[in-house]
Design a protein around this ligand. Structure first.
Ligand SMILES: Cc1cc2nc3c(=O)[nH]c(=O)nc-3n(C[C@H](O)[C@H](O)[C@H](O)COP(=O)(O)OP(=O)(O)OC[C@H]3O[C@@H](n4cnc5c(N)ncnc54)[C@H](O)[C@@H]3O)c2cc1C
Length: 386
């Protein structure tokens, strides 16, 4: 067992950290103030840096590195801003990976190289007005008509909704009830019959556009099926990697907060001395650091054990749940340690707290992760309906 990063991983981390600290703060505040996604020019720059598709096969334009490498970079970028890091998150651990793992070669070639070049962004659309935690209650339906699948239904809370160029849409592709009827199709933004609801206004996640997706007789070619009916288990396996990405986005809010607050408490003076001299401040710092390190180790364990495939539901749910919970706590401590400055919108600290909260709802609420963990521990699923 080795708890150290390799030389190459350390070099990648350092490159990402330096780039993020120097290049991203102005984009971060623009995204936050105007609630706008990062500009296309920055996304193309991510592509030039190799950040879009770090762990995607080189056959499709990625760097062909591992999941750990992708998560290392995501953490460094998201320490500065989750919104700015979002395109990297989507390309490395989001719906693009489901396309890479399960879709036809035609669809892979159509989507993935363009994502790695920074020309296309893909979002995932699973949730519906009446299907959140109970995802298998989703009702959006795709019916085969000749050489097309015709979709009808409404999806909710899609991060990237109205902004992304393509969507991996979970839907019913057969009449089988529950998970058995569920698969996923890829739908391009300009497809007739797809429209978008009003822009959502969330507590955090400013700079990550979100909206409903409305499908009214929206027809897509048959080769846009990512996973046919019966493939819900496969989709959830790919989602185990997204969970590690979600956990990393949450962790980054905490680790970024900790880095900034260490500098702050060394500089800020009260009662004639830097506030780091007060033992209560020292204890808070230690508690924050223990949580950040433990979350990172859980995430890296899940990702490292999955190098040959996708992470396990047990390890990815543990990593997500823990990182989600500590991120809220650690960012709260950081806001407190900065006093009035922590609570002011002039500084990025309060943004981290708002963003951190969202990751514990997105991708499955923390309590749902705990149910997953207990189920994996005892070796059976717990039926939530009985
Ligand atoms: C910032 C953000 C980004 C998102 N991005 C996306 C996206 O890109 N694509 C997408 O498809 N969706 C997205 N979502 C939606 C997200 O996946 C859902 O909000 C989430 O799954 C919870 O569903 P819900 O909101 O319907 O809450 P509900 O399912 O109504 O749950 C509410 C609460 O009830 C409790 N609860 C429910 N069922 C159980 C149970 N069985 N056991 C214990 N407790 C339970 C939990 O505490 C839960 O938090 C996003 C959400 C947020 C907040």
């Amino acid at each position: 067992m080795n708890f150290s990063l390799t030389e190459d991983q350390l070099a990648l981390q350092e490159t990402a950290r330096k780039y993020a600290r120097e290049r991203l703060p102005s984009f971060a505040s623009h995204c936050e103030i105007h609630d706008e996604a990062p500009p296309a020019e920055l996304v193309r720059e991510f592509a030039e840096m190799g950040f879009l598709g770090i762990n995607v096969s080189s056959n499709y334009g990625g760097l062909g590195l591992g999941n750990v490498e992708a998560l290392i970079v995501i953490e460094e970028l998201a320490k500065v801003s989750g919104a700015v890091a979002f395109p990297v998150f989507e390309s490395c651990v989001g719906p693009v990976r489901a396309i890479e793992h399960f879709a036809s070669e035609t669809l892979r070639q159509h989507v993935i190289p363009a994502v790695c070049r920074g020309e296309k962004m893909v979002a995932v659309s699973m949730s519906e007005p009446n299907a959140g935690s109970a995802l298998t209650d989703l009702t959006t339906k795709g019916v085969r008509q000749g050489d097309r699948i015709v979709l009808n239904g409404t999806k909710r809370w899609c991060s990237g909704g109205g902004h992304a160029d393509g969507y991996v849409v979970y839907c019913r592709l057969s009449d089988d009830p529950g998970p058995k009827g569920i698969g996923a199709v890829y739908v391009e933004k300009a497809t007739p019959g797809l429209s978008f609801g009003a822009r959502e206004h969330l507590m955090g996640f400013r700079g990550v556009p979100s909206s409903d997706l409305i499908f009214e007789d929206c027809a897509v070619p048959l080769d846009h099926v990512v996973v046919p009916a019966g493939g819900f288990k496969q989709l959830m396996e790919a989602f185990d990697l997204e969970r590690c990405g979600n956990a990393t986005m949450a962790l980054a809010q905490a680790s970024g907060a900790l880095e900034d607050v260490i500098a702050y408490v060394k500089e800020r003076k009260q009662f004639g001395k830097p506030i780091v001299e007060f033992q209560a401040v020292q204890l808070r710092l230690a508690e924050m650091a223990m949580r950040v390190d433990a979350a990172r180790l859980l995430i890296w364990r899940a990702a490292a054990n999955a190098e040959k495939g996708l992470p396990s539901i047990l390890e990815s749910s543990m990593a997500k749940c823990f990182a989600n919970e500590i991120a809220r706590e650690v960012c709260g401590h950081a806001v407190q340690l900065m006093g009035g400055y922590g609570y002011s919108r002039e500084y990025p600290m309060e943004r981290r707290l708002r963003d951190a909260w969202g990751w514990g709802i997105a991708g499955g609420a923390v309590d749902i992760q705990k149910v997953n963990i207990a189920a994996a521990m005892v070796g059976r699923r717990f039926d939530q309906r009985r």
